[in-house]
Design a protein. Sequence first.
Length: 249
Amino acid sequence: MTVKTAFRVIEIVELFAREKQPLALSEMARLLDMPVSSCLGLIRTLEEQGYMYETGRRQGYYPTGRLLAMAQVIAAHDPVLDRVKSTLEELRDAARETVVFGKFRDAGQVVYLEVLSAPQSIRYTAESGETRPAYANSIGRALLSTLAPDERRRLLEGATLAPLTDATLTTADAIEAELQRSATRGWYGNLGESIPDLIGLAWPLRIGGEAYAISVAGPRYRMEARIEEIAAMLRSACLAIEPKNESPR
């Protein structure tokens, strides 16, 4: 269940991230499709708490640095990301492609918890907090492999397996067969199934009993010849993070 007021506050934050400029109250209300009075109430509350300020009389509102400061404190004390960050950075630097760390958000959906962009001008781009359907995503495939076969079958048969590209696998049987091949070869992949000419490779791990996965993603013309090399880097990274008494499967 979505709590409407909380959702609206998040919408305001995302609006400023998108617009990147001060906004008048009427403009905010229009862009958010909410009554001016409701928008004013939210802005006044954020202003009183030090998260928003008026840039000038009738010149609009803008978030203060307090929002960034709070986010930085929260991120600095994330118990999982603190544990994996250095290994993810080493993997990104070695592979020279974008590295993503994620887990299931709910049935059939993957949430990206951390994204380290490749040091290349042409690269795969994403943001922390974004979600992807598991069936056509390398991290999703790796996470599906950690489920019991019956649970995985129920999830896939209950999901809408829509074709995202011409290469997307869209049946539970095809995805199950691909998962079996992936476990044998040592990497779970997305070979142009969500975005044409994108390759993503992933491998699962467990932290504190929870299943996570790491992926390396980049353009096909760079990734294709390096699949086995990058897959080996991925498995090594997961082994470096995962306690010896835990196993992703």
